[in-house]
Design a protein around this ligand. Structure first.
Ligand code: SF4
Ligand code: SF4
Length: 91
């Protein structure tokens, strides 16, 4: 079973040209080309909905500005031990 998602990806289907570079570049293979056609007559990529790490590789590979937006889960501040046994945020 996969761990908690660390990222999320949204593809603008009307900007995507269906080149598939993001699909090929995604390390956990969580993008795929859809069966539907957009206004360009291309099969736009979409997120399968699981396993995105938020690495951003798909964003950097995509030749179409505005096609992919990557979101990363905001890390919680780490707690550290302080004298007296209590915990305080690290930052
Ligand atoms: S951000 Fe990384 S893991 Fe997420 S869809 Fe893009 S390439 Fe895949
Ligand atoms: S790399 Fe960009 S244009 Fe190519 S399929 Fe992925 S989102 Fe679409």
């Amino acid at each position: 079973m996969a761990g908690a998602a660390r990222g999320n990806v949204v593809v603008n289907a009307e900007e995507c040209k269906g080149c598939g570079l993001c699909v090929e570049s995604c390390p956990p293979h969580c993008l795929e080309l859809g069966a539907e056609l957009n206004a360009y007559g291309a099969h736009p990529a979409h997120y399968t909905g699981h396993d995105c790490t938020g690495c951003g590789i798909c964003f950097y590979c995509c030749p179409e500005p505005g096609s992919i937006t990557v979101y990363r889960v905001k890390a919680k501040p780490k707690a550290v031990a302080v004298p007296g046994g209590e915990y305080a945020p690290a930052l």
